[in-house]
Design a protein around this ligand. Structure first.
Ligand SMILES: NC(=O)c1ccc[n+]([C@@H]2O[C@H](COP(=O)([O-])OP(=O)(O)OC[C@H]3O[C@@H](n4cnc5c(N)ncnc54)[C@H](OP(=O)(O)O)[C@@H]3O)[C@@H](O)[C@H]2O)c1
Length: 334
């Protein structure tokens, strides 16, 4: 029996600067009917992610923009209510891409059953897209070697804290940059990060990096861009690797970025700087999830989550990413 009441959150207007609640609109809608090979899902957890900000602006990117009036779509986990696919039955917990809705339909081929025996929210964090981003970005591009110094910006977020821990598993010295003393305390005491910098209270970031990375930086995992990443360029070692994962400090800016040119620093250090999108590694996702799950279940890899309660708080949870309200993966529980 299909329940009748549904609700969705649409893009009401394109944000100018940091998104506000006015950029979102709540609309009552019908519960959709699943077609052949489709599944009707009642959403339980929605992932809010920084990259959604990019989809709210017009113009070409690696993924098409949302149009005004479109429901926002992101990763989510939910319970199958009705299934027209032999692969899923009512009650199954599945992860996939969904609209910000109470109920949504998805093609069965786009869904994955949630890893059993662990919290379903891990499918949105440490065992999902952010975990895979950390895994492939660090290991494939950063190629950390034992005793390397690995510097991570956005270190207390979903991707960043996974990077810190994988780097530690590889025997590296890890330095994290995050936006509060509480986050840095968590990185050091819970995850064993060797040194941390609070970029919001540190005036001289190059000086703080000199102190925290006395032997220079072999791998810089860049989640934020801007001034922090300029300072990292000054500490590069010979054949350093810079992994460009995210540039969140610029996501709300409409101006083209200006700053230090990286080329001279790459040249004199024979260094590599490479961007990537996690879906570049889609064919290897099963390998990544298997390794992350093994580390997670054996206690070698920890996670943290910040869970906002209630569907209506989804836009605010998203906006909070740009103020650093989250420790670890930001999720909304419906
Ligand atoms: N390449 C890919 O395929 C891929 C995939 C996933 C994510 N990403 C990128 O990776 C980064 C992290 O993503 P995530 O999902 O793990 O998010 P997250 O780190 O869990 O959340 C975002 C964090 O960014 C920090 N932040 C916000 N504004 C900032 C600013 N102006 N300067 C410096 N830090 C700022 C905040 O922490 P503080 O308190 O420390 O400021 C906030 O908690 C993002 O840039 C995202 O776009 C890339």
């Amino acid at each position: 029996m299909t329940p009748m009441q549904n609700k969705e959150i649409r893009l009401a207007s394109r944000p100018a600067g940091v998104p506000t609640l006015e950029n979102f609109q709540f609309v009552d809608t019908e519960v959709p009917q699943p077609a052949s090979d489709e599944v009707l899902v009642r959403l339980r957890y929605i992932s809010v992610d920084p990259y959604l900000r990019g989809r709210m602006r017009e113009g070409k990117s690696y993924i098409p923009p949302f149009e005004i009036g479109d429901p926002i779509r992101s990763g989510a986990v939910g319970e199958v209510v009705e299934s027209n696919s032999s692969n899923f039955k009512a009650g199954d917990l599945v992860g996939g891409m969904f609209g910000w809705r109470l109920y949504d339909v998805a093609h069965a081929a786009t869904l994955m059953k949630v890893v059993p025996g662990v919290s379903p929210t891990t499918a949105l964090g440490v065992l999902g897209m952010p975990g895979l981003t950390a895994y492939f970005g660090l290991l494939d591009i950063g190629r950390p070697q034992e005793d390397d110094t690995v510097l991570v910006s956005g270190a207390a977020g979903a991707v960043g804290m996974t990077v810190c821990q994988i780097a530690k598993l590889k025997g590296c010295r890890v330095v994290g940059i995050a936006g509060s003393d509480e986050k840095n305390e968590f990185l050091q005491s819970e995850l064993g990060v060797h040194a941390t910098i609070n970029y919001k209270t540190t005036e001289d970031i190059p000086g703080a990096l000199r102190e925290a990375c006395p032997s220079g930086v072999d791998v810089y995992f860049d989640n934020v861009g801007g001034k922090i990443s300029e300072a990292a360029l000054l500490r590069l070692n010979h054949q350093a690797r810079i992994v460009i994962c995210g540039q969140i400090s610029m996501y709300n800016s409409s101006e083209p970025p200006v700053g230090l040119c990286p080329q001279p620093f790459l040249l004199v250090n024979s260094a590599l700087m490479k961007g990537f999108i996690v879906t570049d590694y889609a064919e290897r996702f099963a390998e990544g999830v298997a390794q992350l799950a093994e580390w997670f279940v054996s206690g070698k890899l920890k996670h943290a989550e910040t869970i906002a309660e209630g569907f209506d708080n989804t836009p605010q949870a998203f906006i909070g990413l740009f103020a650093g309200d989250n420790l670890g993966k930001q999720i909304v529980k419906l």
